[in-house]
Write a protein of this length. Sequence first.
Length: 265
Amino acid sequence: ACVCEKNKRVTNCRLQPDGLCRCEAIGSGVTVDCNTLTSKCLLMKAEVMGSKSGRREKPKDAFEDTDGLYDPDCENSGAFKAKQCNGSTCWCVNTAGVRRTDKHDSDLKCNQLVRTMWIIIEMKHAERDAPLNAESLKKFFTDTITSRYQLNGRYIASVLYENPYITIDLKQNSSAKSFGDVDIADVAYYFEKDVKGQSIFHNDPGLNVSIDNQPVKLEKTVVYYVDEIAPEFSMKSLTPGLIAVIVVIVIAVVAAIVVLVSSNK
C-alpha cells in the first residue's frame, strides 16, 4: 500500500515496481498516477460519489446550481466527454467540464471537445494597511503554481497586482500543450479547492497565501474560462462584437456559477 499525496479521493492504492504509487479514482475505478495532478473529470466524479453518501455538508442558503457539480462522463484518459447528460437533459462542455451550450434533449450532438485555452483567476484580498509588494506577489504565485500544481511556467502568461485585486492568467492552447504537461483546467480546479479550504491533496490544510512573511486573506476568488471556439448559447441579448461567453465560478462560502458576456479586450 502507499499514499496518494496528490489526490485523497482514491482507493486501492498500490506501490508499483517502478516505485510509483497508483490508485483507483473513487466513482470511476480509473487508475490514477499519484505523481501528478488527477484530471478534474475524475475528481468531480469522486466528489459526487462522496456527496451521495451524505459526507459532503451543504451550506445553509446554498444556491442549487446543477452546473457547479454534476456526475460527469469521463474518458478512460480522465478527460471530459464532450457531451454530458443528467437523465434526458444533455449539454456540451469544454476541456474544463464547463457547459458551453444550452441544455437540450439526448439527441444533442457534441462533435468535439473544445479546448479551454485561457483561464483567468481573479482574487480580491482583504483590506490592508499597505499594498502588497507586486514582485513578491508574482514570485509567490509563480512558485506555487509551478511547484504545488506542477504547471510548466511557460503557461503562466501573467500575474498582475492592482490593489486589492490579484489576477493570474494561465494560457495553454492545444498546439502548445506537450505530452505529460499538467492541464490548466486541472490546476484551476485544485486551486479552487485549495482556496475553499477543501484541498484535494492528502493530509493538506490548503493553500496559505503569504507574501513577504505576511499572511494574505482572500475575500473573493473568481475563475473565468475562455475557449478556443466561442460558446453556443442562444442569448437574445448578444450583439455583434460580443464574441466570448465566459463562465465564472465564484469561490466563496457558497459556490455558484454565472454566465457573463464579455467583449474581446
